[in-house]
Design a protein around this ligand. Structure first.
Ligand code: URP
Ligand code: ZN
Ligand code: ZN
Length: 470
């Protein structure tokens, strides 16, 4: 395995910011120092003017996920390559427990699919849709023996993925006691389904009704319910894709009460607001994700929460579906909902643009410090999901997952230049400050400017530990 010295870079972690050389050997960070002398055969990379960041950790992605009648349009191969180009070196995807199988079979199935394809390291959250004694035993087994320590449950999508409150409570009680994390999708699914039915009966079929039938108050209600269930279960809990102050206010209160509540938001909630839905053009189907985009006031609260640690993670919820039916052979994508918004598959792409978009709006506009930017996109997700310090930092002994980032470069984002198989990006035509220049996965250079040097299957499944938040 090659030895590489990164010279003269500005090393930025969640807590530190200093000029140093970083020596990567045998897949890990071997030494960090000043003016390091190295022997022959060591590759030297000059990082003058560049930030040396820990590889991004994206704990919410949907690659090759079957969602309803269709599948997300990035495979494990294309999605992890796109992630790498964007400076992310670890993703946590989902293994869906179906009506027929157990969490353990779901993990094995997802691994069979992912292992030969992944270009970066990965792990899995199990989506638990049904709970009984055997499922609880399997969940315990997954935590102890498979390195899968987090479980997603849905309070939305009745009849598809929704779990009832008792099931969520049982999972919180056991997983919490074992030191793992239940991640909740908090929306009141049955009331939303009623609102959708009523809208369609009234002849409201255009995509804007996606947002109108998923009001923030129903995200707030479910978030509050989830918190109370976690409180009763004496368990830590994590809320995915928090979009509104209706949800946030319960999270803030609960944290002040000492309840171990953690939460993420996603770049799209910070970059766009609900004004995009003021149109009857089908084009706005590209903004049909769940929860929908919220108001500028919600956005203000999300930024405040990011600053004051009421939100601890920014993950993408990369859930790509093509706008053009049949693009690369993908069927039943966004166009399925041309005459019925409820049939538009929910989700948007974002896996490659997370770091650069947050650097542009967060760091450059003074909303986030550089340390906080790293903490939100790498360190804290690694800690909350049991990956730290292997992942999420630059320290001696950590995996040599390193990003060289140019803060002075600018780029114009176009879907055609990105590496996702999705045929659009929400950031089309946007000029962003900052650019990923080189990416190392366990010391191997996999992205060098526009050049791809990685290999499908070089990524590894990473067994995770328990929550490291306390
Ligand atoms: O719209 C979204 N977020 N789709 C993915 C599924 C989910 O709820 O995370
Ligand atoms: Zn969700
Ligand atoms: Zn999701």
């Amino acid at each position: 395995m090659s030895t590489t010295l990164i010279r003269n870079g500005r090393v930025i972690t969640a807590t530190d910011d200093y000029m140093a050389d970083v020596l990567m050997q045998d897949g890990v960070i071997h030494a960090i120092g000043k003016n390091m002398a190295v022997g022959e055969g060591v590759r030297i990379i000059d990082a003058s003017g560049l930030y040396v960041l820990p590889g991004g950790v994206d704990t919410h992605v949907h690659l090759q996920n079957i969602i309803g009648p269709t599948v997300t349009c990035d495979t494990f191969a294309s999605g992890t390559r796109a992630a790498a180009f964007g400076g992310t070196t670890t993703v946590v995807d989902f293994a869906l427990q179906t009506a027929e199988d157990s969490p353990l079979e779901a993990i094995a199935r997802a691994q069979r699919l992912a292992d030969p394809q992944v270009n970066i390291d990965y792990s899995l959250h199990v989506i638990v849709t049904r709970v009984d004694a055997q499922v609880l035993a399997d969940v315990r087994h997954a935590m102890r023996h498979e390195g899968v320590t987090s479980f997603k449950m849905f309070m939305a999508y009745p009849g598809v993925m929704m779990a009832d409150d008792a099931a969520i409570f049982q999972m919180l009680r056991q997983v919490g006691a074992d030191g793992g994390m239940v991640a909740l999708h908090a929306e009141n699914g049955t009331v939303i389904d009623l609102l959708i039915r009523e809208a369609l009966e009234a002849g409201h079929a255009s995509p804007r009704y996606h947002a109108l039938t998923r009001p923030a108050i129903l995200e707030g209600e479910a978030t509050h319910r989830g918190i109370r269930l976690a409180e009763l279960a004496e368990a830590q809990i994590y809320f995915v894709h928090v979009s509104s102050n209706q949800a946030l206010k319960h999270i803030v209160t609960a944290r002040a009460e000492g309840i171990p509540v953690f939460a993420e938001t996603c770049p799209h909630y910070l970059l766009f607001d609900d004004s995009v839905y003021n149109s009857d053009e089908f084009e706005i189907a590209k903004y049909v994700m769940t929860p929908p985009l919220r108001t500028p006031d919600d956005q203000k609260h999300l930024w405040r929460a990011l600053r004051y640690d009421d939100l601890q993670v920014i993950a993408t919820d990369h859930c790509p579906f093509c706008m053009k039916e049949g693009h690369l052979g993908y069927q039943r994508q966004k166009m399925s909902g041309l005459h019925d918004f409820s049939k538009i598959p929910n989700g948007a792409p974002g896996i490659e643009t997370r770091l650069v978009s947050l650097f542009d709006i967060g760091e450059m506009q003074g909303k986030l410090s550089l340390n906080r930017f790293v903490q939100l996109t790498s360190t804290t997700p690694a800690k909350l999901f049991g990956l730290f310090p292997k992942k999420g930092t630059i320290a001696v002994g950590s995996d040599a997952d390193v990003v060289l980032f140019d803060p002075a470069a600018t780029q114009v984002i176009h879907a055609a230049h990105l590496h996702s198989q999705c045929d659009y990006t929400l950031l089309e035509g946007r000029t962003l400050r900052g650019q990923v220049k080189k990416v190392f996965l366990r010391g191997e250079l996999i992205v060098d400017g526009e050049q791809w040097l990685g290999r499908e299957g070089m990524g590894r499944f990473v067994p995770r530990g328990t929550v490291q938040a306390f």
